[in-house]
Design a protein around this ligand. Structure first.
Ligand SMILES: Nc1ncnc2c1ncn2[C@@H]1O[C@H](COP(=O)(O)OP(=O)(O)OP(=O)(O)O)[C@@H](O)[C@H]1O
Length: 317
Protein backbone atom coordinates (compact mmCIF):
# COMPACT_ATOMS: atom_id res chain seq x y z
CA UNK A 1 0.00 0.00 0.00
CA UNK A 2 1.31 3.44 -0.89
CA UNK A 3 1.93 6.22 1.57
CA UNK A 4 -0.58 8.98 1.00
CA UNK A 5 1.40 11.55 3.01
CA UNK A 6 4.19 11.97 0.45
CA UNK A 7 2.14 11.76 -2.76
CA UNK A 8 -0.43 14.10 -4.27
CA UNK A 9 -4.01 12.93 -3.64
CA UNK A 10 -5.49 10.55 -6.20
CA UNK A 11 -8.85 12.32 -6.18
CA UNK A 12 -9.33 16.07 -5.94
CA UNK A 13 -12.85 17.50 -5.96
CA UNK A 14 -13.01 21.32 -5.91
CA UNK A 15 -16.14 23.39 -5.46
CA UNK A 16 -18.21 20.78 -7.26
CA UNK A 17 -21.76 21.75 -8.08
CA UNK A 18 -24.31 19.44 -9.71
CA UNK A 19 -27.67 20.83 -10.72
CA UNK A 20 -30.64 19.00 -12.23
CA UNK A 21 -32.98 21.67 -13.53
CA UNK A 22 -33.83 23.62 -10.42
CA UNK A 23 -32.50 21.03 -7.97
CA UNK A 24 -29.05 21.64 -6.52
CA UNK A 25 -27.97 18.07 -5.76
CA UNK A 26 -24.33 18.91 -4.90
CA UNK A 27 -23.20 22.33 -3.69
CA UNK A 28 -19.63 23.57 -3.51
CA UNK A 29 -18.30 20.18 -2.52
CA UNK A 30 -14.54 19.92 -1.99
CA UNK A 31 -12.51 16.96 -0.76
CA UNK A 32 -9.40 14.97 -1.56
CA UNK A 33 -8.65 11.27 -1.31
CA UNK A 34 -5.12 9.96 -0.91
CA UNK A 35 -3.85 6.85 -2.66
CA UNK A 36 -4.63 3.69 -0.76
CA UNK A 37 -7.39 5.21 1.33
CA UNK A 38 -10.85 3.80 1.84
CA UNK A 39 -13.05 6.87 1.83
CA UNK A 40 -16.50 6.35 3.32
CA UNK A 41 -19.03 8.69 1.75
CA UNK A 42 -21.92 8.88 4.12
CA UNK A 43 -25.24 10.67 3.94
CA UNK A 44 -28.96 10.08 3.98
CA UNK A 45 -30.95 9.29 0.83
CA UNK A 46 -30.88 12.18 -1.61
CA UNK A 47 -27.81 13.84 -0.04
CA UNK A 48 -25.87 13.85 -3.31
CA UNK A 49 -23.61 10.79 -2.99
CA UNK A 50 -24.64 9.15 -6.27
CA UNK A 51 -24.37 12.45 -8.15
CA UNK A 52 -20.82 13.01 -6.85
CA UNK A 53 -19.78 9.45 -7.63
CA UNK A 54 -21.25 9.72 -11.13
CA UNK A 55 -19.17 12.85 -11.77
CA UNK A 56 -16.03 10.93 -10.78
CA UNK A 57 -17.20 8.04 -12.98
CA UNK A 58 -17.41 10.51 -15.93
CA UNK A 59 -21.14 9.82 -16.34
CA UNK A 60 -22.27 13.27 -15.28
CA UNK A 61 -20.66 16.64 -16.04
CA UNK A 62 -20.14 19.07 -13.20
CA UNK A 63 -22.40 22.12 -13.45
CA UNK A 64 -19.59 24.08 -11.77
CA UNK A 65 -16.25 23.20 -10.22
CA UNK A 66 -13.82 20.42 -11.10
CA UNK A 67 -12.90 16.87 -10.24
CA UNK A 68 -9.65 15.11 -11.11
CA UNK A 69 -8.47 11.51 -10.81
CA UNK A 70 -4.70 11.06 -10.87
CA UNK A 71 -4.40 14.70 -11.97
CA UNK A 72 -6.71 14.17 -14.98
CA UNK A 73 -9.86 16.28 -15.23
CA UNK A 74 -12.92 14.02 -15.44
CA UNK A 75 -14.91 16.38 -17.67
CA UNK A 76 -12.07 17.19 -20.07
CA UNK A 77 -10.52 13.74 -20.49
CA UNK A 78 -13.18 11.19 -19.56
CA UNK A 79 -11.63 8.48 -21.73
CA UNK A 80 -8.35 8.63 -19.76
CA UNK A 81 -10.17 8.71 -16.42
CA UNK A 82 -12.29 5.66 -17.35
CA UNK A 83 -9.16 3.54 -17.56
CA UNK A 84 -8.25 4.50 -14.00
CA UNK A 85 -11.62 3.83 -12.38
CA UNK A 86 -13.98 0.96 -11.70
CA UNK A 87 -17.55 2.12 -11.11
CA UNK A 88 -20.09 -0.09 -9.40
CA UNK A 89 -23.55 1.50 -9.53
CA UNK A 90 -26.18 1.06 -6.86
CA UNK A 91 -28.24 -1.25 -9.07
CA UNK A 92 -27.51 -4.50 -10.85
CA UNK A 93 -28.91 -4.84 -14.37
CA UNK A 94 -30.74 -7.84 -15.77
CA UNK A 95 -28.61 -10.31 -17.70
CA UNK A 96 -31.01 -13.02 -18.76
CA UNK A 97 -29.40 -16.35 -19.54
CA UNK A 98 -25.81 -15.16 -18.96
CA UNK A 99 -23.68 -17.20 -16.58
CA UNK A 100 -21.30 -15.43 -14.17
CA UNK A 101 -18.36 -16.30 -16.38
CA UNK A 102 -20.13 -15.15 -19.58
CA UNK A 103 -21.05 -11.91 -17.83
CA UNK A 104 -17.37 -11.27 -17.07
CA UNK A 105 -16.32 -12.25 -20.60
CA UNK A 106 -18.83 -9.74 -21.94
CA UNK A 107 -17.34 -6.91 -19.86
CA UNK A 108 -13.75 -8.02 -20.53
CA UNK A 109 -14.53 -7.59 -24.24
CA UNK A 110 -16.08 -4.18 -23.54
CA UNK A 111 -12.87 -3.16 -21.73
CA UNK A 112 -10.84 -4.32 -24.79
CA UNK A 113 -8.90 -6.84 -22.76
CA UNK A 114 -6.98 -9.06 -25.24
CA UNK A 115 -8.82 -12.36 -25.85
CA UNK A 116 -5.90 -14.52 -24.70
CA UNK A 117 -5.76 -12.81 -21.31
CA UNK A 118 -9.45 -13.10 -20.54
CA UNK A 119 -9.78 -16.69 -19.18
CA UNK A 120 -6.95 -16.26 -16.65
CA UNK A 121 -8.12 -12.84 -15.59
CA UNK A 122 -11.70 -13.99 -15.13
CA UNK A 123 -10.51 -16.97 -13.09
CA UNK A 124 -8.57 -14.56 -10.86
CA UNK A 125 -11.41 -12.10 -10.24
CA UNK A 126 -13.86 -14.95 -9.58
CA UNK A 127 -11.43 -16.40 -7.03
CA UNK A 128 -10.88 -13.01 -5.38
CA UNK A 129 -14.61 -12.46 -5.00
CA UNK A 130 -15.15 -16.05 -3.87
CA UNK A 131 -17.34 -16.94 -6.82
CA UNK A 132 -15.25 -19.68 -8.45
CA UNK A 133 -17.91 -22.30 -7.79
CA UNK A 134 -20.57 -20.09 -9.34
CA UNK A 135 -18.79 -19.48 -12.65
CA UNK A 136 -21.37 -21.55 -14.52
CA UNK A 137 -24.43 -20.32 -12.59
CA UNK A 138 -26.94 -18.01 -14.29
CA UNK A 139 -26.40 -14.44 -13.07
CA UNK A 140 -30.09 -13.77 -12.51
CA UNK A 141 -30.31 -16.70 -10.08
CA UNK A 142 -27.48 -15.51 -7.81
CA UNK A 143 -28.21 -14.14 -4.33
CA UNK A 144 -27.98 -10.37 -3.85
CA UNK A 145 -24.64 -10.74 -2.05
CA UNK A 146 -23.22 -12.82 -4.88
CA UNK A 147 -24.50 -10.34 -7.47
CA UNK A 148 -22.76 -7.54 -5.58
CA UNK A 149 -19.52 -9.53 -5.52
CA UNK A 150 -19.87 -10.32 -9.22
CA UNK A 151 -20.42 -6.64 -9.88
CA UNK A 152 -17.21 -5.94 -7.98
CA UNK A 153 -15.39 -8.67 -9.94
CA UNK A 154 -16.47 -6.88 -13.12
CA UNK A 155 -15.00 -3.53 -12.09
CA UNK A 156 -11.70 -5.21 -11.24
CA UNK A 157 -11.19 -6.67 -14.72
CA UNK A 158 -9.20 -3.74 -16.09
CA UNK A 159 -7.24 -3.36 -12.83
CA UNK A 160 -8.32 0.21 -12.01
CA UNK A 161 -6.56 2.32 -9.36
CA UNK A 162 -9.78 3.81 -8.02
CA UNK A 163 -12.95 1.92 -7.15
CA UNK A 164 -16.18 3.92 -6.97
CA UNK A 165 -18.69 1.77 -5.12
CA UNK A 166 -22.18 3.17 -4.71
CA UNK A 167 -23.91 1.51 -1.74
CA UNK A 168 -22.30 -1.92 -2.28
CA UNK A 169 -23.74 -3.27 0.97
CA UNK A 170 -27.30 -2.07 0.50
CA UNK A 171 -29.87 -4.83 0.80
CA UNK A 172 -27.34 -7.39 1.98
CA UNK A 173 -27.88 -9.64 4.98
CA UNK A 174 -25.36 -9.40 7.84
CA UNK A 175 -23.16 -12.23 6.58
CA UNK A 176 -23.00 -10.79 3.07
CA UNK A 177 -22.19 -7.37 4.54
CA UNK A 178 -19.25 -8.82 6.44
CA UNK A 179 -18.04 -10.63 3.32
CA UNK A 180 -18.25 -7.37 1.35
CA UNK A 181 -16.33 -5.53 4.08
CA UNK A 182 -13.59 -8.19 4.12
CA UNK A 183 -13.35 -8.00 0.35
CA UNK A 184 -12.91 -4.22 0.43
CA UNK A 185 -10.15 -4.56 3.03
CA UNK A 186 -8.43 -7.10 0.80
CA UNK A 187 -8.67 -4.76 -2.17
CA UNK A 188 -7.18 -1.98 -0.09
CA UNK A 189 -4.29 -4.24 0.86
CA UNK A 190 -3.76 -4.78 -2.89
CA UNK A 191 -3.20 -1.04 -3.23
CA UNK A 192 -6.61 0.06 -4.49
CA UNK A 193 -8.09 3.39 -3.49
CA UNK A 194 -11.77 3.01 -2.71
CA UNK A 195 -14.73 5.36 -2.39
CA UNK A 196 -17.65 3.58 -0.84
CA UNK A 197 -21.00 5.19 -0.12
CA UNK A 198 -23.63 4.29 2.40
CA UNK A 199 -26.42 5.88 4.36
CA UNK A 200 -25.52 3.71 7.34
CA UNK A 201 -22.76 5.30 9.31
CA UNK A 202 -21.49 2.49 11.49
CA UNK A 203 -21.37 0.17 8.49
CA UNK A 204 -18.44 2.19 7.15
CA UNK A 205 -16.96 3.63 10.33
CA UNK A 206 -15.40 0.29 11.20
CA UNK A 207 -13.11 -0.05 8.20
CA UNK A 208 -12.83 3.29 6.37
CA UNK A 209 -9.62 5.25 6.84
CA UNK A 210 -11.44 8.48 6.03
CA UNK A 211 -15.02 9.60 6.19
CA UNK A 212 -16.93 12.35 4.41
CA UNK A 213 -20.38 13.14 5.69
CA UNK A 214 -22.64 14.77 3.13
CA UNK A 215 -25.99 16.33 3.79
CA UNK A 216 -28.21 18.20 1.31
CA UNK A 217 -25.33 18.40 -1.19
CA UNK A 218 -22.80 19.83 1.28
CA UNK A 219 -19.91 18.18 3.10
CA UNK A 220 -20.59 18.66 6.80
CA UNK A 221 -17.54 16.78 8.09
CA UNK A 222 -14.53 15.31 6.38
CA UNK A 223 -11.38 13.67 7.67
CA UNK A 224 -10.16 10.65 9.55
CA UNK A 225 -12.52 9.19 12.12
CA UNK A 226 -10.27 10.68 14.73
CA UNK A 227 -10.53 14.14 13.18
CA UNK A 228 -14.31 13.89 13.22
CA UNK A 229 -14.39 12.84 16.85
CA UNK A 230 -12.04 15.67 17.68
CA UNK A 231 -14.00 18.30 15.73
CA UNK A 232 -17.13 17.32 17.61
CA UNK A 233 -15.38 16.95 20.98
CA UNK A 234 -16.85 13.47 21.19
CA UNK A 235 -15.73 10.97 23.72
CA UNK A 236 -15.37 7.42 22.64
CA UNK A 237 -16.68 4.68 24.89
CA UNK A 238 -14.80 1.42 25.30
CA UNK A 239 -16.59 -1.56 26.82
CA UNK A 240 -14.15 -3.55 28.87
CA UNK A 241 -14.00 -6.74 30.90
CA UNK A 242 -10.92 -7.53 32.95
CA UNK A 243 -9.96 -10.96 34.27
CA UNK A 244 -8.10 -9.39 37.21
CA UNK A 245 -10.19 -6.34 38.09
CA UNK A 246 -9.35 -4.76 41.45
CA UNK A 247 -9.91 -1.38 43.15
CA UNK A 248 -6.19 -0.57 42.69
CA UNK A 249 -6.35 -1.31 38.97
CA UNK A 250 -9.44 0.86 38.56
CA UNK A 251 -7.73 3.72 40.39
CA UNK A 252 -4.67 3.40 38.12
CA UNK A 253 -6.90 3.28 35.06
CA UNK A 254 -8.78 6.42 36.13
CA UNK A 255 -5.43 8.20 36.52
CA UNK A 256 -4.47 7.61 32.86
CA UNK A 257 -4.46 10.96 31.03
CA UNK A 258 -6.57 9.63 28.15
CA UNK A 259 -9.35 8.38 30.42
CA UNK A 260 -12.23 10.78 31.03
CA UNK A 261 -14.43 8.50 33.09
CA UNK A 262 -14.77 4.87 34.18
CA UNK A 263 -18.28 3.66 34.87
CA UNK A 264 -18.71 0.32 36.63
CA UNK A 265 -21.60 -1.61 35.08
CA UNK A 266 -22.87 -5.04 36.27
CA UNK A 267 -20.90 -7.11 33.74
CA UNK A 268 -18.37 -4.63 32.39
CA UNK A 269 -16.62 -1.28 32.64
CA UNK A 270 -17.63 1.55 30.32
CA UNK A 271 -14.57 3.72 29.83
CA UNK A 272 -14.86 7.13 28.20
CA UNK A 273 -11.74 8.30 26.39
CA UNK A 274 -10.78 11.80 25.39
CA UNK A 275 -10.53 11.02 21.70
CA UNK A 276 -8.12 13.87 21.02
CA UNK A 277 -5.60 12.47 23.50
CA UNK A 278 -5.63 8.80 22.70
CA UNK A 279 -6.75 6.09 20.34
CA UNK A 280 -8.32 2.85 21.58
CA UNK A 281 -5.05 1.13 20.59
CA UNK A 282 -3.04 3.47 22.86
CA UNK A 283 -5.46 2.82 25.69
CA UNK A 284 -5.20 -0.94 25.25
CA UNK A 285 -1.41 -0.69 25.36
CA UNK A 286 -1.66 1.40 28.55
CA UNK A 287 -3.92 -1.24 30.12
CA UNK A 288 -1.34 -3.93 29.45
CA UNK A 289 1.34 -1.75 31.02
CA UNK A 290 -0.81 -1.51 34.14
CA UNK A 291 -0.90 -5.31 34.29
CA UNK A 292 -4.55 -5.62 33.29
CA UNK A 293 -5.61 -8.94 31.78
CA UNK A 294 -8.16 -7.92 29.18
CA UNK A 295 -11.02 -10.34 28.52
CA UNK A 296 -13.14 -8.05 26.36
CA UNK A 297 -12.22 -4.79 24.65
CA UNK A 298 -14.93 -3.28 22.51
CA UNK A 299 -14.71 0.30 21.20
CA UNK A 300 -18.23 1.60 20.69
CA UNK A 301 -18.66 2.47 17.03
CA UNK A 302 -22.28 3.47 17.55
CA UNK A 303 -21.23 6.80 18.94
CA UNK A 304 -20.71 7.87 15.33
CA UNK A 305 -24.50 7.91 15.11
CA UNK A 306 -24.41 10.71 17.67
CA UNK A 307 -21.88 12.51 15.50
CA UNK A 308 -24.11 12.14 12.50
CA UNK A 309 -27.18 13.43 14.31
CA UNK A 310 -25.17 16.30 15.72
CA UNK A 311 -23.79 17.25 12.33
CA UNK A 312 -26.93 16.98 10.28
CA UNK A 313 -29.50 18.21 12.77
CA UNK A 314 -32.34 19.99 11.03
CA UNK A 315 -30.75 19.97 7.60
CA UNK A 316 -33.16 18.16 5.33
CA UNK A 317 -32.38 17.65 1.65
N1 LIG B 1 -31.62 12.71 -12.87
C1 LIG B 1 -32.10 13.50 -11.90
N2 LIG B 1 -32.99 14.48 -12.18
C2 LIG B 1 -33.47 15.30 -11.21
N3 LIG B 1 -33.09 15.23 -9.90
C3 LIG B 1 -32.21 14.28 -9.57
C4 LIG B 1 -31.66 13.35 -10.54
N4 LIG B 1 -30.80 12.52 -9.91
C5 LIG B 1 -30.83 12.90 -8.60
N5 LIG B 1 -31.65 13.92 -8.40
C6 LIG B 1 -31.90 14.63 -7.12
O1 LIG B 1 -30.64 15.09 -6.62
C7 LIG B 1 -30.54 14.90 -5.21
C8 LIG B 1 -29.33 14.05 -4.89
O2 LIG B 1 -29.51 12.74 -5.39
P1 LIG B 1 -28.40 11.61 -5.30
O3 LIG B 1 -28.95 10.40 -5.99
O4 LIG B 1 -27.11 12.15 -5.79
O5 LIG B 1 -28.31 11.37 -3.74
P2 LIG B 1 -27.79 10.12 -2.91
O6 LIG B 1 -27.13 10.66 -1.71
O7 LIG B 1 -27.02 9.21 -3.77
O8 LIG B 1 -29.13 9.40 -2.50
P3 LIG B 1 -29.52 7.84 -2.54
O9 LIG B 1 -28.88 7.23 -1.36
O10 LIG B 1 -31.02 7.91 -2.42
O11 LIG B 1 -29.05 7.30 -3.87
C9 LIG B 1 -31.86 14.32 -4.78
O12 LIG B 1 -32.69 15.37 -4.34
C10 LIG B 1 -32.40 13.68 -6.05
O13 LIG B 1 -33.82 13.65 -6.02
Amino acid sequence: MSDSASEPPLVVVSDLHVRYGKTDAVRKLSFTIGRGEIFGFIGPNGAGKTSTIKVLATLLKPSLGTATVGGVDVAQHPEIVRRKIGYMPDFFGVYEDLTASEYLHFFAAAYHIPTGQRPGLIRDVLALTDLTEKHDAPVDGLSRGMKQRLSLARVLLHDPELLLLDEPASGLDPRARIEMRELLKELQSMGKTIIVSSHILHELAQFCSHIGIIEAGRMVANGSLRDIYRALSLRRIIHLQLANSSPELLTAMRALPEVAEVEEQPDRLAVQLHEDQSTPEDFLAALHTLGARVRMFQPDAMDMETAFMKLTEGKVA
